[in-house]
Design a protein around this ligand. Structure first.
Ligand code: B3K
Ligand code: ZN
Length: 864
C-alpha cells in the first residue's frame, strides 16, 4: 500500500527558484552493456549566489559506484544517496565532481533514460529521463556543453552516436570501439541523446542559405533505407522553409535522425540527433497510407523546427512547456499548410482539437496552456499544451499580422538565443516588436477551459445595417475573466456572393471580442447577409449561433474558405444527429449530389465534407453522453445518406477509380475521396455491390491507402469478406509490426459478440508485443477510442479490459498507461450505467499497490 508519507508530491509554478548551482560543462562516458552500463560523469559545477546550501543532484534507479570532488574521493559522511537524490553537503564555489554509476538498460521497460529498442541502445531524456542515466541537475534552466564518449562492442554496435560533432573514433581491446562527440551549444540535459546500434543509413546533404554544407543522415533498421526517403525529403523541405519564412538556418555540420521501434511518443528533438518512433520515418506506398506520409512530413518538420524554438531558446521550467511546444506546433502546422491543402490541414487540426482538447479542457485534468501545478511532468505533454498552445500562437499571429509576427520572432531570438526563458518573455517580444498591447491576451496562458461564444445578429432593412452581438463565457470555469478572442468574419449573400464587410471593400475582417458582451455594427449592407464567423477557426472556442439550417448549408455551398464550408457542414450534421430531426434531408442530399458531380478542385476537402462527426466530437456538444443513443443516431444518418445517394456515390466511385492523373497531389485527393465514398456506401443496403468494389479495390491496388480503405469498407459491409481480406493482410505483413498496427487497429474496432475475446487472443498474436507502445496503442488504444459500443458495454467488461491493461502498464511503462486512461477520466459526463461503472474502475485503480505518479495524478483528479 502507498502510505500518505510517500504519496507523490505536486510542484507549483509559483515556487520556481533559479538553480543554486549550475553545471557549465559535462564530460560523459558510457560503457554500454545490457545489464550493467557504466556511466562516468565529470561535472563543472559553480555556485550561484551567496548561500551554503548542499548540492542536490537528481537521480533515479541508479547505482552509485564512486564519487570524487576535485580529484579527491568523498568520504561517506560527505554525501548521501536517496531514491531520488545524491546530496553533497558542502562544495566549494567552483568545483569538478566526478561520479561513476551503473544502470541496466535492458531492464528498463519505461523507455525513459537509457534503454534498448530491439538490438539498439537509445535514450529518451525529456522531461526528466536524464536522471535515470546519471546524477545531475535535471532541470531545463541548467545549460551545459557536452563531451560524450561512447564505448561498445564494435560487431554489435557499429554506430555510436551522440549530439553535436564527431571528434574522434577508435578501436579498443576485445572487440570494443569508441566514439567521442562534442556539442558546442550549451543545452539542458533533456536534449541529450545517445544511440548505439547496427543500422542502415540514408545520407544526403543540405546547403544552407549561407552556403554551409550540412550532412543529413537517417538511421533505420537494416533493409529499410528505401522507406526513409520521404522522411529525408521532408527534412530538406523543412530546412528550406525555416530559412525562407523565419530566416532560421541549421547550426551544426550534421543532422541525424534515428528511427526506433520502441518509443513512447512520436519523436524527440535532441540537439543534432533526433530520435524517432519508426512510425514517423518509414514509409513507402505499399505499406504506408497517405495519412502516414502526411504525419511523417509534419513530425519531421516539428522536430527540425525545435532546433530554434526549443533548443536554441529553451524553457526556464517545465511549466513553460508550451513556449516551445505550442510555438513549434504552430510552425509545423504552417509548414504543412504551405506544402499541401491549407484548408484540409486546418480542418484536421480543428477536428483533433475538438475531439481531444475540448474534452481535456472540460475534464478533471483541465489545465491552462501554462499549467500551474504538476505531479508528473510527463502528464503535461497534452493536447492543451501542444494544440491549444498552437492556437494561442495562431491568435497572436492573427492579431499582429504576418509581418509583425516575424518581427516578434526576430526579436525573441535576438533577446533570448542561448537562454532558458518563459512564455511571458515570448509574449513580451511579440508586444515590443509590434507595439500591440498583449496584456489582456496573456489570460490565455493562465485560464483553462474552452470559452463559448454566443452570436446573434439582426439586419435592419431600412438602415441597411447589420448588428452583430457577441458574448463569451466559460462553462467549465465561470470565474474566468473575458479572453481576447479574434473573430474572423465574412459575409455572404443568400445566393452565395461574397459581400464587402466595410467601406474599404474588404472581404473579411477580424473583430476583437475582449469583453463579456459586445455589439458590432456594419453599415451599407444592401441586402440580408449570412455571417460566416470564426473563419479559419480564428480562436479555440465553441460557437453557439442562432443560424437557420438552410444558411448553414448555404455556407457549405458558397463560402470561399474551405474550413468554413466544412465547419458549417459539421454544425449542420451535429444538429441533425443530436435532434434526430431530418427536416432538411433533401437539401442535405442535394448538396452532396452537387458535390459528387463536380470532381475537380480540392478532392481531399470533399472527402472531409462527406465526413460525419464522430462521437468524440459530438460528446462535447451534450451535457450528458448517452453513447448508444448518439452512436445509433450517427449510424442512422450515415445509412440514410448512403441509401439516398447510392447511385451518385457509385458513379463518383467509378469516375475516381478511372482517374488517370499523374499528379501526386491530385492522386492523394482521389484516394481520399474514393475511400470516403466507399465507406459511406458501405452503410447502404447495396451490400453485394459494395463488397465487390471493396474486394476489387483491395486486390487490385498497390497502395496501402486504398487497401486500408477497402478493409474499412469491408468491415462495415461484409463480415466474411472482411475476415478473408484480413487473413491475406496478416499473411503478407506479419513480419512487420509497424504495418500490422493497421491490422490490429481494425480488429480492435470490430463491434460484435466476440470483440473482447478477440482482443484477448490478439494479444498473443505473433506480431504483438505488449512492451511496444505502438502495438498497445494500435490494439487497446483503438479499442477504447474507436469502438464506442464495445468499450462502453453496459456490462462493464470493456472498462475492465482497459483497467487490467493499465495495471500491467503501471509497472512497466507508466507513461503509456497514463495516456490510455484518458477515456475513463470524463466518467462524470456519461449517463448510467456507464458513469457508475467507470467510477468503479477508477476506484479499483486508486487501490493498486505502487500506483505510479503518472496514474496517481489522473486517478486522484478524476475521483475528487
Ligand atoms: N519534445 C518531445 C516530447 C517529449 C515527451 C516527454 N514525455 C517531442 C516533441 O514535442 O517534439
Ligand atoms: Zn515538440
Amino acid at each position: 500500500m502507498t502510505t500518505t508519507h510517500d504519496l507523490p508530491q505536486a510542484k507549483y509554478l509559483k515556487d520556481y527558484q533559479s538553480p543554486d548551482y549550475t553545471i557549465s560543462h559535462i564530460d560523459l562516458e558510457a560503457r554500454l552493456d545490457d545489464m550493467s552500463t557504466q556511466v562516468t560523469a565529470i561535472l563543472d559545477i559553480e555556485r550561484q549566489g551567496n548561500h551554503q546550501k548542499p548540492l542536490m543532484l537528481d537521480g533515479s534507479d541508479l547505482e552509485l559506484i564512486s564519487i570524487s570532488l576535485d580529484g579527491i574521493a568523498l568520504m561517506s559522511d560527505q554525501y548521501v544517496v536517496s531514491e531520488t537524490h545524491l546530496t553533497v553537503y558542502s562544495v566549494p564555489d567552483k568545483c569538478q565532481l566526478r561520479i561513476v554509476n551503473q544502470i541496466s538498460p535492458v531492464q528498463n521497460k519505461s523507455l525513459e533514460g537509457l534503454y534498448k529498442s530491439d538490438g539498439a541502445f537509445c535514450t529518451q531524456c525529456e522531461a526528466e529521463g536524464f536522471r535515470r542515466i546519471t546524477y545531475y541537475l535535471d532541470r531545463p534552466d541548467v545549460l551545459a556543453t557536452y563531451h560524450t564518449t561512447i564505448v561498445a562492442k564494435e560487431s554489435e554496435y557499429p554506430y555510436l552516436l551522440s549530439n553535436g560533432n564527431l571528434v574522434e573514433t577508435g578501436s579498443l581491446e576485445q572487440g570494443y570501439h569508441y566514439a567521442k562527440w562534442e556539442d558546442p551549444f550549451p543545452k539542458p540535459c533533456y536534449l541529450f541523446a545517445l544511440v548505439a546500434g547496427n543500422f542502415d543509413k540514408l545520407s544526403d546533404e543540405f546547403v544552407t542559405a549561407s552556403q554551409r554544407q550540412v550532412q543529413l543522415e537517417i538511421y533505420v533498421d537494416q533493409g529499410n533505407v528505401s522507406r526513409a526517403e520521404h522522411a529525408m525529403d521532408s527534412l530538406k523541405r523543412s530546412m528550406r522553409w525555416d530559412e525562407e519564412v523565419y530566416g532560421l538556418e541549421y547550426d551544426l555540420d550534421r543532422y541525424m535522425i534515428v528511427a526506433v521501434d520502441f518509443f513512447n511518443m512520436g519523436a524527440m528533438e535532441n540537439k543534432g540527433l533526433n530520435l524517432f518512433n519508426s512510425k514517423y520515418v518509414l514509409a513507402d506506398k505499399k505499406s504506408a497510407t497517405d495519412t502516414d506520409y502526411h504525419g511523417i512530413e509534419s513530425v519531421i518538420a516539428h522536430e527540425y523546427f525545435h532546433n530554434w524554438t526549443g533548443n536554441r531558446v529553451t524553457c526556464r521550467d517545465w511549466f513553460q512547456l508550451s513556449l516551445k511546444e505550442g510555438l513549434t506546433v504552430f510552425r509545423d502546422q504552417e509548414f504543412s499548410a504551405d506544402m499541401g491543402s491549407r484548408a484540409v490541414n486546418r480542418i484536421q487540426q480543428v477536428d483533433l482539437l475538438r475531439s481531444r482538447q475540448f474534452s481535456e479542457d472540460a475534464g478533471p485534468m483541465a489545465h491552462p496552456i501554462r499549467p500551474e501545478k504538476v505531479i508528473e511532468m510527463n502528464n503535461f505533454y497534452t493536447a492543451t499544451v501542444y494544440d491549444k498552445g498552437a492556437e494561442v500562437i495562431r491568435m497572436i499571429h492573427t492579431l499582429l499580422g504576418q509581418s509583425n509576427f516575424r518581427k516578434g520572432m526576430d526579436l525573441y531570438f535576438e533577446r533570448h538565443d542561448g537562454q532558458a526563458v518563459t512564455c511571458d518573455d515570448f509574449v513580451q517580444a511579440m508586444q515590443d516588436a509590434s507595439g500591440i498591447d498583449l496584456e489582456q491576451f496573456k489570460r490565455w496562458y493562465f485560464q483553462a477551459g474552452t470559452p463559448t461564444v454566443s452570436a446573434s445578429w439582426k439586419y435592419d432593412v431600412d438602415q441597411n445595417q447589420l448588428t452583430l452581438s457577441l458574448s463569451q463565457r466559460n462553462d467549465s470555469f465561470p470565474e474566468n475573466k473575458p479572453s481576447v478572442i479574434p473573430v474572423k468574419l465574412q459575409f455572404i449573400s443568400e445566393d452565395g456572393q461574397s459581400i464587402a464587410i466595410n467601406t474599404q471593400g474588404d472581404q473579411s475582417q477580424v473583430l476583437i471580442l475582449n469583453e463579456s458582451t459586445q455589439t458590432f455594427q456594419f453599415d451599407r449592407i444592401e441586402s440580408p447577409v449570412i455571417p460566416v464567423l470564426f473563419e479559419g477557426f480564428s480562436a479555440p472556442v465553441k460557437l453557439e449561433q442562432t443560424i437557420p439550417e438552410l444558411d448553414l448549408l448555404r455556407i457549405v455551398q458558397y463560402a470561399q474558405d474551405g474550413f468554413a464550408r466544412w465547419d458549417a457542414m459539421q454544425s449542420f450534421c451535429t444538429r441533425v444527429i443530436l435532434t434526430g430531426e431530418l427536416s432538411y434531408f433533401d437539401e442535405h442530399k442535394s448538396l452532396y449530389q452537387a458535390l459528387l458531380q463536380k470532381l475537380d478542385g480540392d478532392l481531399e476537402l470533399y472527402a472531409e465534407l462527406l465526413e460525419i462527426p464522430d462521437i468524440q466530437t459530438l460528446a462535447e456538444q451534450v451535457d450528458e453522453i448517452d453513447v448508444f443513443q448518439i452512436q445509433s443516431q450517427i449510424d442512422a444518418l450515415k445509412e440514410s445518406l448512403a441509401n439516398a445517394l447510392s447511385k451518385e456515390l457509385i458513379e463518383a466511385y467509378h469516375l475516381l477509380n478511372d482517374d488517370k492523373s499523374q499528379d501526386e497531389r491530385r492522386l492523394v485527393g482521389v484516394r481520399a475521396l474514393k475511400n470516403q465514398v466507399l465507406l459511406l456506401l458501405a452503410h447502404s443496403s447495396e451490400q453485394d455491390a459494395i463488397s465487390e468494389l471493396a474486394k476489387l479495390q483491395y486486390t487490385s491496388s498497390d497502395t496501402m491507402t486504398e487497401q486500408l480503405g477497402a478493409l474499412k469498407a469491408a468491415k462495415v459491409a461484409n463480415t466474411s469478406l472482411f475476415a478473408e481480406l484480413m487473413k491475406d493482410f496478416d499473411t503478407r505483413w506479419q513480419h512487420d509490426g509497424l504495418i500490422m498496427d493497421k491490422w490490429f487497429g481494425l480488429y480492435a474496432q470490430v463491434d460484435d459478440d466476440d470483440t473482447l475475446s478477440r482482443l484477448e487472443k490478439l494479444q498473443s498474436h505473433r506480431s504483438y508485443n505488449p512492451d511496444n507502445p505502438n502495438r498497445v496503442r494500435a490494439l487497446i488504444g483503438q479499442f477504447i477510442m474507436n469502438n464506442p459500443k464495445q468499450f462502453h458495454r453496459p456490462d462493464g467488461k470493456g472498462y475492465a479490459l482497459l483497467t487490467s491493461e493499465l495495471i500491467r502498464l503501471n509497472e512497466s511503462n507508466p507513461q503509456v498507461a497514463s495516456r490510455l486512461i484518458t477515456p475513463l477520466l470524463s466518467w462524470k459526463k456519461y449517463s448510467q450505467p456507464q458513469k457508475k461503472l467507470m467510477q468503479m474502475e477508477l476506484q479499483r485503480l486508486s487501490e493498486v499497490d505502487n500506483l505510479s505518479p503518472d496514474l496517481y495524478e489522473k486517478v486522484e483528479a478524476a475521483l475528487s
